[in-house]
Design a protein around this ligand. Structure first.
Ligand code: FES
Ligand SMILES: [Fe+2]
Length: 452
């Protein structure tokens, strides 16, 4: 801490210029400490419910040294267990080589070492020569260890702590603000993952602000201004755009192109976004945008173009059974365009699609992470495509994401420079960075942003 530095402890403090020490991004000791102080204490998004629709369907989720099995035990019950055999510690379910996680269907889990067998409720159902233990394998000693699990938004959430705060309390106010978007009804269009050369925080912070858009993604500047805010929301934070007057609906993610003729710039922006990011829009929105020049007269005011574009896409989607929820424009202005769920998950929401990022450590190496992104949308009943997590080398991601990747790798290198004095996030547009570190410091006991 500098001489006049002051450790930040409350959200109000986040409005002033702050310095975030580099320790949290580059220190091996900090990275090792995260396992016990952070990852074993927080609620973590472990997968989607639609990935385990049938009784007996399971998936695994790994975080540093820990691995969890999540299984659908009945139509209404999801269980989670530590992915380790209580006999002599063999990992119970292996991750297939090259896969992000295991996923499959079992009636029971059989350990490959000595054959101990467990039901979908985690209870041991078979072990050879049980009498040799002289009756001591009681009180759950032969059963799988239970992991706390709950669901929200269509996701499965796990917590490795034995008695954590309820998920609903943990997610407040993010869950309530996002509920009107019906995120549980969306299904993936694609999902990609990669092991990347940066700390997980560097990866998450590449997507939690709009300050970088004009420099990193200059192509987007042709389509309008991207001045955006960031707000602290307890453990979490959210970001959004400052809406043009009279276009409050345009403060959401479905944005109009700016410029002389919004009919044309909206189409250009939609086509560009579809081709180069494949996020934040849907085929229907792109198609309707391409018809604006034929269906609206020249000189149509921007607010009318916006209303027609979104209204027409909404109507045509409804005709094919894709019902967008209706969200009040004032709610949209508050909810913004994305929520950073502490510590490592981001939901970029809209009424008909979403883009989600997650980054996890790769072992305890501060310089690496497992980075993943998934794009979801609403589909007609039964028409959602079957998708898997696809390992995708950085050069094969959509071009806009590659622009972000270039920063992520270079930030990880730059922060190690002896001359780097700590990050100085924009107190209005990048407050989510300071928010993350203020909250992290409460778990880690170090690394709090400092006022200067
Ligand atoms: S370690 Fe699993 S049965 Fe022995
Ligand atoms: Fe970006």
């Amino acid at each position: 801490m500098g001489e006049e530095g002051r450790i930040v402890q409350s959200a109000e403090d986040l409005t002033v210029p702050l310095r975030v020490p580099a320790e949290a991004y580059i220190s091996p000791d900090y990275a090792r400490a995260e396992r016990d102080r952070l990852w074993r204490k927080v609620w973590l998004q472990a997968g989607r419910l639609e990935d385990i629709p049938e009784v007996g369907d399971f998936l695994t989720f790994d975080i540093v040294d820990d691995s969890v099995i999540v299984v659908r035990a009945s139509e209404t019950e999801i269980h989670a267990f530590h992915n380790v055999c209580p006999h002599r510690g063999r990992k119970l379910v292996d991750t297939p080589p090259g896969k992000r996680n295991a996923r499959g269907h079992r009636r029971s889990f059989i350990c490959g070492y000595h054959g101990w067998t467990f039901g979908l409720d985690g209870a041991n159902t078979y072990l050879e020569h049980q009498e040799d233990w002289q009756g001591r394998l009681c009180a759950g000693r032969a059963d799988l260890g239970v992991v706390q699990v709950d669901t929200w938004g269509g996701w499965i959430w796990i917590n490795l702590a034995p008695d954590p705060m309820p998920l609903a309390d943990y997610l407040h106010p993010a869950a309530g603000m996002l509920d009107p978007y019906g995120l549980q009804n969306m299904r993936p269009r694609w999902r990609k993952w990669v092991v990347f050369e940066c700390n997980w925080k560097v990866a998450m912070e590449a997507f939690c602000e709009t300050y970088h858009v004009s420099t990193t993604h200059p192509e987007f500047m042709e389509f309008g201004q991207f001045r955006g805010w960031a707000r602290n929301q307890g453990l979490h934070s959210n970001i959004g755009y400052d809406a043009p007057k009279g276009q409050e609906e345009d403060s959401g993610k479905l944005r109009l192109g700016a410029g002389e003729d919004p009919r044309l710039t909206t189409a250009e922006m939609q086509n560009f976004t579809w081709a180069n990011a494949n996020t934040n829009t849907t085929r229907k929105l792109v198609d309707v945008a391409n018809r604006l020049k034929d269906e609206l007269p020249e000189g149509t005011p921007a607010a009318e173009v916006s209303a027609y574009w979104i209204g027409t896409a909404r109507k045509e989607d409804a005709e094919r059974g894709v019902i967008w929820p209706t969200v009040d424009p004032q709610h949209t202005a508050q909810a913004g365009t994305a929520w950073q769920i502490f510590p490592n998950f981001q939901i970029g929401h809209a009424v008909n699609n979403m883009l989600c990022y997650q980054a996890r450590p790769y072992g305890s190496d501060p310089d690496k992470c497992i980075f993943e992104a998934a794009v979801y949308e609403l589909w007609p009943e039964g028409e959602a495509p079957e998708t898997e997590w696809e390992y995708t080398a950085p050069a094969d991601w959509p071009p806009v994401l590659q622009q972000d990747f270039a920063n992520m790798a270079a930030v990880q290198q730059g922060m190690k420079n002896v001359g780097f004095r700590g990050a100085q996030p924009n107190p209005y547009m990048e407050r989510s960075v300071a928010s993350l570190h203020m909250n992290l410091a409460k778990f880690m006991g170090t690394g709090a942003p400092e006022a200067y």
